[in-house]
Design a protein around this ligand. Sequence first.
Ligand SMILES: N[C@@H](CCC(=O)N[C@@H](CS)C(=O)NCC(=O)O)C(=O)O
Length: 219
Amino acid sequence: MTTLHFYYNDVCPFAYRVRLALAEKAIPHEAQVIDLQNIPDWYADISPTGKVPRLKYGDDVVWESTVINEFLEDAFPDPPLLPRNPVARAQARIWIEYCNSTFQPNCCGLVLELDEGKHEAIRAALLDSLATIEKALSETPGPYWQGDRISLVDLTYYPFFEHMPALTEYRGFELPGSLPGIHHWLEAMQARPSVQANRRPPAFYIEAYKPYVEGRMGK
Ligand SMILES: N[C@@H](CCC(=O)N[C@@H](CS)C(=O)NCC(=O)O)C(=O)O
């Protein structure tokens, strides 16, 4: 059987998406932590940009968290993390795209942006994207994004919500209590064994983001 090697870092929300997919599908793999402040030379063969997450499957390398998760779905179809219905699959991809293009940049941007003058606009954009997500979640029967089965959509968004204590600590941003759809979904996610096995406490994220907010790391 082809060995699957997974390269990640605990702080990386993109790598967390993949950790969740590997756990949900119970895929045997060898995981290796990459220290992003001291990237080992040998890692350049796997990731010329030094970024995580990366997957090595035999001699082939797959990267970009959302592509990696689709690769895992194709290579290890059981249990499925995408619906079979083509329209529902397209909708899943639309929401994954929304996360990558809008929600994630706002969410990470609020804590990583060092120019305070930009924070108000990012905060407003983040609240806007949360309202869009709330509408979507309040319109599904739940408890997950696409109903009663967890999907790649849930795994794509969840890491950024777990990181929010860093936004609270450094930017005074709290997830509004007036978003019941999001809060119910979060409860369902936090009950998943995949999340329970991988989650980190708020203090972990607060500490992990310190070098970024203090300007000691690049974006
Ligand atoms: N779009 C990429 C983003 C990956 C990414 O930005 N990873 C960050 C950590 S969260 C990284 O490896 N940074 C190290 C660097 O840029 O040197 C994905 O979804 O996989």
